[in-house]
Design a binder for this molecule. Structure first.
Ligand SMILES: NCc1[nH]cc(CCC(=O)O)c1CC(=O)O
Length: 325
């Protein structure tokens, strides 16, 4: 067989979201490179464990089995949700492409299609029960509730999108919070009752973006996959992840970050660090007019670092430390 017609093996988790994401990327790789792509299912610890994510150590549980398969040569490339990727660069692998980002916002899926306001009215006299296991979402929901003088009880849940939304249909929860991007990719955007404004709920670093990873020595494939790269998205997630890395926070810490372009050379980065109970939220932002004499990625990273330093000077480490007590 001709090298060009041997299918590329794309490793994917078996969850509906992972399959949807991998299927979309596979089609796009074929469209842009002419290479056929076959999906190879990989089971990760994050899929089999029933423990809460925070308890099994957070970062990387969805990712490491795919990386092992890559390094062992069982697959040629993998698609990850960027927000699930640990910030450390893995030895022997390269980030071949960051495709254009989906909607970055979190979404509320609530009973009777209500929004947050509507829920608080509906549940007058008792706490609104909202399912999420994410310390970042808990912190911001609790802060919102405190500012409004309403009662919200966050309920830790895990499981795939179906399971989570099922708690609402079963009447066990009033709502759940999920990433809009995931729901859109699953064709379930009609179930969203409110897109949460980033001013209320700043998303996780990398949310809505995907990462295509292959072996670093597979330079030909890396170059081919590069056709899917979207430079503005890559710069934005580089800034967000630089902030996360500098705070030394994993996905189990209440940290949010979002970089948005406002013009061709202006990247605005916003970060939130808080306590899970929402009693304190530290929100800061910075805007980088990016110079043309230096690479965008380098400057995006510097932006993330600078904002992290300001957050740390403002007490971010203490706030994150309070989470552990
Ligand atoms: N932590 C799980 C995870 N990783 C990526 C997404 C959604 C897709 C994305 O953000 O790109 C989700 C589910 C969720 O947060 O609702």
């Amino acid at each position: 067989m001709d090298a060009e017609t041997i299918p590329l093996r794309l490793g994917t988790r078996r969850s509906a979201l992972a399959m949807a994401q991998s299927g979309m990327v596979a089609a796009e790789v074929t469209r842009r490179t002419g290479r056929p792509v076959e999906l190879v299912e990989i089971t990760t610890y994050g899929d089999t464990s029933r423990e809460h994510l925070a308890q099994i150590g957070g970062t990387g549980v969805f990712v490491s089995a795919l990386r092992d398969a890559l390094l062992a040569g069982r697959i040629d490339f993998a698609v990850h949700s960027l927000k699930d990727l640990p910030t450390a660069d893995p030895a022997g692998l390269c980030l071949a492409a960051v495709p254009e980002r989906e909607d970055v916002r979190d979404a509320l899926v609530a009973r009777e299609g209500l929004d947050l306001e509507g829920l608080t009215e509906k549940c007058a006299g008792r706490a609104v029960r909202i399912g999420t296991g994410s310390p970042r979402r808990m912190a911001q929901l609790n802060a919102w509730a405190a500012a409004r003088g309403v009662e919200v009880e966050t309920v830790p849940i895990r499981g795939n999108v179906d399971t989570r939304i099922g708690f609402v249909h079963a009447g066990e929860l009033d709502a759940v919070v999920l990433a809009t991007a995931g729901l859109n990719r699953l064709g379930r955007s009609a179930e969203i009752s409110e897109h949460l404004d980033p001013a209320l709920m700043l998303p996780a670093p990398g949310q809505g973006a995907l990462a295509l990873e292959c072996r670093a020595d597979d330079t030909e494939l890396a170059a081919a996959l590069g056709a899917l790269d979207h430079a503005p998205t890559r710069a934005a997630v580089v800034a967000e992840r630089a902030l996360l890395a500098a705070l030394e926070a994993g996905c189990s810490a209440p940290v949010a970050a979002l970089a948005r372009w406002s013009g061709e050379r202006e990247l605005r980065l916003e970060g939130v660090v808080g306590t899970v109970d929402g009693a304190t939220l530290l929100t800061m932002s910075t805007t980088g007019p990016l110079a043309s004499h230096e690479t965008v990625e380098r400057q995006a990273r510097a932006l993330g670092l600078a904002l992290a330093e300001r957050l740390l000077a403002g007490g971010a480490a203490t706030l994150m430390g309070e989470r552990a007590r």
